[in-house]
Write a protein that binds this ligand. Structure first.
Ligand code: AMP
Ligand code: MG
Length: 492
């Protein structure tokens, strides 16, 4: 029987804070002026902390909005820099987030607890330190959706709303998100010390990360090189997973890249609908630097920035050799995932050709990514009941027929039965993803009527995106026409 803590009795330490104030600033949260209220509390994430999900809601709202401290917390804003849209920005840091501390659960997992939207810090620059309800709902839902898809991500514990006014393009209300991650260290946490010529801190930070998050590397001949290699591997794998579900992050700056290979900092993300590698989900990204199809390459740029920042503790040639592996690791994982999506376990080279040809046809026809792959799960090797519906998604139907014939030939070589394969495919091709318009419905209900029921409904749906949910089947349809008008930018 696992002991469950109430929030105010959660055992808390802050190992990062022991590194000293070169790495962060001590800041207290600025609570809302109005009475905070719970928009959503995520019982699944509470389990990660061994937290009693029936903790008094008022206590939750007060603590997770900074009105009351979280036990003996030691809130810190972490320092980092980063390459934003390709340009180095020397000082960023948590401008509106505070890490309250960390707790270790009975399974030995360490979770940092962070408030996002908790007021100004020394790193706020021109910002107000706040987050708005709209953007926190988006982060809340998507981090849990990614978890549901099986993709490494930060988690979301709680969302608190307020009546406090926050100024963006229009007046909105402030909200605070409680985010959980084993560590919030970013690539930019290393870069800041490289560019400041404070190289001894790079070693300290690398030692910290290895000690707490990659202990198995400690005994390697060159633990710093092993760390870089491991981060390169995790990043390549993560991006392969993004590509396999059509996820576009939107702001892959190095300050948004996790040292643990987690999806981090959800801003103007989007899931590809009508397939297009040029899909840009961030309305502020005029050049398409972070377009969907660019992500694998940007991943390489980002790990190169990390490698450069770690050069003071690495051999140059070894770092170069580690970077050279990125492309292969990405390709290998990407095609393995795509093969799984097609239910194919053999003929690697032919599978890559098949995948590329399908995506090319989907691009030509602007076929819905999630729907098409889910529909492919119903294909049978020998009979053809699903063909008519499928080929209607393509402009050049004869070209698709040809593809389907090739696909069936490969399926015929698989050892599994159709039904075994179909079941397996349904575990890798989600029926539901968080389409922008779905988040928008939840946001509008919350903003207009303080009706948070859609957040709850979507959370249930997205925690199990591979299952059928007959009562929410409309969310697996093509998006309504008005969805095309939604614009999401960095403003949040
Ligand atoms: P982001 O684009 O959300 O990853 O943020 C980039 C940088 O801007 C980070 O250093 C953030 O902490 C900071 N930032 C974003 N929004 C605000 C805000 N409203 N107030 C203060 N800092 C912010
Ligand atoms: Mg960020």
């Amino acid at each position: 029987m696992i002991m469950k803590h109430t929030l105010n009795a959660l055992p808390l330490t802050n190992t990062f804070a022991k590194l000293g104030e070169t790495f962060f600033s001590r800041v207290k949260p600025e609570p809302f002026i109005s009475q905070p209220e719970i928009v959503h509390f995520n019982r699944h994430a509470a389990e990660l902390l061994d937290l009693n999900p029936d903790t008094d809601p008022q206590q939750l709202a007060n603590i997770l909005s900074g009105k009351l401290p979280l036990g003996k917390d030691d809130p810190i804003a972490m320092l980092y820099a980063g390459h934003q849209f390709g340009h180095y920005v020397p000082q960023l840091g948590d401008g509106r987030a505070l890490m309250l501390g960390e707790t270790t659960n009975t399974r030995g997992e360490k979770w940092e607890i962070q408030l996002k939207g908790s007021g100004k810090t020394p790193y706020s620059r021109m910002g107000d330190g706040r987050a708005v309800l709209r953007s926190t709902i988006r982060e809340y839902l998507c981090s849990e959706a990614m978890h549901g898809l099986g993709i490494p991500t930060t988690r979301a514990l709680c969302l608190i709303g307020s009546k406090d006014e926050v100024y963006r393009e229009q007046i909105e209300t402030g909200a605070m998100l409680t985010r959980l991650a084993p560590s919030h260290v970013r690539f930019g946490s290393f870069e800041v010390f490289f560019y400041r010529d404070q190289h001894e801190h790079i070693r300290t930070l690398a030692d910290y990360v290895i000690e707490h998050h990659y202990p198995e590397l400690k005994d390697h001949a060159d633990p710093y090189l092993s760390l870089l290699q491991e981060v390169i591997k995790r990043t390549a794998k993560l991006i392969a997973q993004w590509q396999s579900v059509g996820f576009a992050h939107g702001v892959m700056n190095t300050d948004n890249m996790s040292i643990l290979g987690l999806t981090l900092d959800y801003g103007p993300y989007g899931f590809v609908e009508a397939y297009d590698p040029g899909f840009i989900c961030n309305h502020s990204d005029h050049e398409g630097r972070y377009a969907f199809g660019q992500q694998p390459q940007i991943g390489l740029f980002n790990v190169s920035c990390l490698a450069q920042a770690m050069l003071p503790v690495l051999e140059v040639d070894a770092a170069k050799a580690a970077l050279e592996k990125y492309q292969d690791i990405f390709m290998q994982h990407y095609y393995a995932l795509m093969a799984q999506k097609l239910g194919l376990t053999q003929n690697e080279e032919q599978v890559a050709t098949l995948v590329n040809e399908l995506l090319d046809q989907m691009k030509q026809s602007r076929t819905d990514f999630t729907r098409l792959f889910r529909q492919l799960c119903d294909i049978e090797t020998n009979t053809t009941p699903a063909d008519t519906a499928l080929r209607d998604h393509f402009i050049n139907r004869e070209r698709f027929d040809q593809w389907l014939g090739d696909y069936r030939n490969l399926l015929a070589q698989e050892a599994t039965t159709d039904s075994e394969r179909q079941q397996a495919m349904k575990k890798t091709n989600p029926k539901y993803v968080l389409r922008n318009y779905m988040a928008q419905i939840a946001i509008e209900k919350a903003e207009r009527d303080k009706d948070y029921s859609e957040v709850e409904r979507l959370m249930t749906l997205l925690h199990n995106p591979y299952d059928e949910h007959p009562d929410m089947a409309h969310y697996a349809e093509v998006p309504p026409d008005w969805a095309g008008g939604i614009e999401v930018s960095c403003s949040s």
